[in-house]
Ligand binder design. Structure first.
Ligand code: SF4
Length: 390
């Protein structure tokens, strides 16, 4: 196993690794989640949100979708207004000539990563975009073209103090996610605009917005770009950010050098650890083994249960209990970094950390640090609500 440290390569300065520096992470040719040739493109109308929205999970959930999408809480509604405005920006045209800058993919990758960090992305990686990672149709049923060969993935940490104070299933679910989404939208739109000014096509892919931005599924791109490994919770886990981040992509024709998928031992860790499954209020996260689903070998989240809870939650917005309870979702202090470094180097350290996690209370909330009001739109007004299931 080699040290995951690309400092020796001039294309990858230390901070291009974002918070990965010091961990023992193995670059691999394929993601640790086996992706078989049986994988098929997904229709955006058949995602959990699409199915819930058209009543496949029952009328109560469908009504919940209509209520949740404009946002139930005034803070997330305010955040979403801004993201919606960003999504309405008309893309600037591509410069008629490619700029007279180095055309070497490695040089361009170094530059575009610098740009992403300059704009305050917490993590930036690159990958090629396989055809199967595109949606087959958008949510209106229009076929999606597979136009772009390369992707720049940017990730933003969720605000840790709010995650810590929250139960994970209260009114801060959406505001915490939208804080990251809002920043990603700004960075992704700026980068796509900049790349077009340099002379290459580019498309910003981010959510959530009433304007449909996504033509690709982000999770496979996160795996291919080495942002993390798939977790038992069914979402990608980064070795430093844990599950506590959101991601966006910029698809482009700009020539780029792809990063590799990574292996830091998560498949084995999640096989033993079931903390997220035991803390999931909808029992949507499996406690058993991986299965093969649409060509992916993965732990299969029960999306019906997950979406049903999210859209009918009477004591909050979207649930993030798995994110909060996961022992990898911890702040970037030296002590947590030391534990991460040990866990990525030794199975014994992983077993000890797993034993210690419930004692240290990774799932515990801290109501004394709560600063927000529990409010919900009822009709045209705001009413005070219960404080989650504390
Ligand atoms: Fe994996 Fe445990 Fe985190 Fe769930 S809580 S994603 S099982 S490490």
């Amino acid at each position: 196993m080699m040290q995951y440290d690309e400092r020796r390569d001039r294309v990858h300065k230390r901070h291009h690794m974002g918070p990965f520096a010091g961990l023992r992470i193995r670059p691999t040719d394929q993601p640790t989640t086996r992706i078989t040739p049986a994988v098929r493109r997904i229709d955006a109308r058949n995602t959990a949100y699409g199915l819930a929205g058209r009543g496949e999970y029952g009328p109560v959930v469908q009504q919940g979708v209509q209520k949740s999408l404009p946002s139930k809480h005034p803070l997330s509604a305010a955040q979403k207004d801004v993201i919606d405005h960003l999504a309405l920006i008309r893309g600037n045209s591509v410069a008629p000539r490619v700029a007279s800058i180095p055309q070497d993919p490695a040089e361009l990758t170094r530059h575009i990563k610098e740009v992403a960090h300059f704009l305050k992305a917490d993590l930036v990686r690159t990958c090629h975009v396989p055809e199967w990672a595109h949606y087959s149709h958008d949510r209106h049923g229009n076929p999606i073209e597979t136009r772009y060969g390369n992707a720049i993935i940017i990730a933003m940490r969720k605000e840790w103090n709010a995650v810590r104070a929250s139960t994970g299933c209260d009114w801060m679910g959406d505001p915490i996610s939208f804080q990251a989404y809002g920043h990603l939208a700004l960075v992704a739109e700026t980068m796509a605009n900049y790349i077009r000014r340099l002379g290459w096509e580019a498309s910003a892919q981010y959510g959530p917005s009433f304007v449909d931005q996504y033509t690709v599924l982000l999770p496979p791109l996160l795996l291919l770009a080495g942002v993390g490994e798939i977790s038992r919770a069914g979402i990608v886990l980064n070795p430093v950010l844990g599950l506590g981040f959101k991601a966006a992509a910029i698809l482009t024709h700009m020539p780029l050098r792809p990063d590799k998928p990574i292996d830091f031992g998560l498949q084995q860790f999640c096989q033993t650890c079931r903390i997220c499954a035991l803390n999931c209020p909808s029992h949507a996260i499996p406690t058993g083994d991986k299965v093969t689903y649409n060509g992916y070998e993965t732990w299969k989240l029960d999306t019906r249960r997950c979406a049903s809870l999210n859209f009918t939650n009477k004591k909050g917005t979207m649930c993030n209990r798995c994110v909060k309870s996961c022992p990898w979702t911890q702040p970037n202090t030296w002590s947590h970094h030391l534990v991460r470094a040990l866990v990525t180097r030794s199975r014994l350290a992983g077993r000890i950390a797993l034993r210690a996690a419930p004692l240290l209370g990774s799932a515990r909330d801290h109501p004394a640090d709560k600063w927000w009001f529990d409010l919900e739109y009822v009709g045209r007004g705001l009413e005070s609500r219960g404080v989650g299931d504390r």
